[in-house]
Design a protein around this ligand. Sequence first.
Ligand SMILES: O=C[C@H](O)COP(=O)(O)O
Length: 264
Amino acid sequence: MTKPLLIGNWKMNGSLQLNQELLHRLIPKLQQLQKHIDIAVCPPSPYLFQVCDALACTGIVTGAQTVSEHASGAHTGEVSASMLSELKCRYALVGHSERRLKYAESSTAVAAKFEAVQNAGMMPVLCVGETFEEREAGQTRQVIEQQLQAVIDRVGLAGFEQGVVAYEPVWAIGTGEVAQALQIESVHQAIRTFLSSCAPSRKEDPSQRLRIVYGGSVNSSNAAEIFNLAEVNGGLIGGASLKADEFIQISESLAETVDTLVSE
Ligand SMILES: O=C[C@H](O)COP(=O)(O)O
């Protein structure tokens, strides 16, 4: 079984000192959980070097919050996948809704980023999710299928063999409003079903091995319920990943689901 994955997305928060203090508290605790789960943290890009350095040899890995779809050249302000790879980043988020909505990243651009990350030997984490209006209009599946299809069009279905999908309903991000268990299960299942339906044969179907993580107002109080859902293979944590105790408890909740599976 593939290990569940927990990602802390620090968004645009932190400082050299705050990062150091946070990592100092996280590392010893999180290292104990690695037998059961994979853990990554995604700091803002100026701190990638600091975090990669602090996490070297700990087993906890670093991810980037975004990446350029271009390999190099005149793209002021952008960071390429090969630069991230050189720093030993393992993951890169692509298509986070804050990038799609605030910085007008199209699904086509997101797919190009997905490809760039894979070409650099890293694992893309494709974020998908619907806005409140889209859910109200009954368009959740359609929106997410379009987001997935853009990646299939770019790299083929096989691209999901070396990738992660993060389902993040936009209306649940940073709002304290968590999606209900049934809503989460149903969308995660729909993602698998859609990818499976695109596969020409069972052998070429990446959907069952694919890690689909949930993000949106996860905290230490609701983590266990979410992570115990059969279709959820981990979490993408925003605000709560900035608090050491919270992130440790969330990590423990995820690790406990593996313990439960092993002992069943
Ligand atoms: O990347 C993380 C997600 O956007 C979730 O953020 P949040 O946990 O603050 O709601």
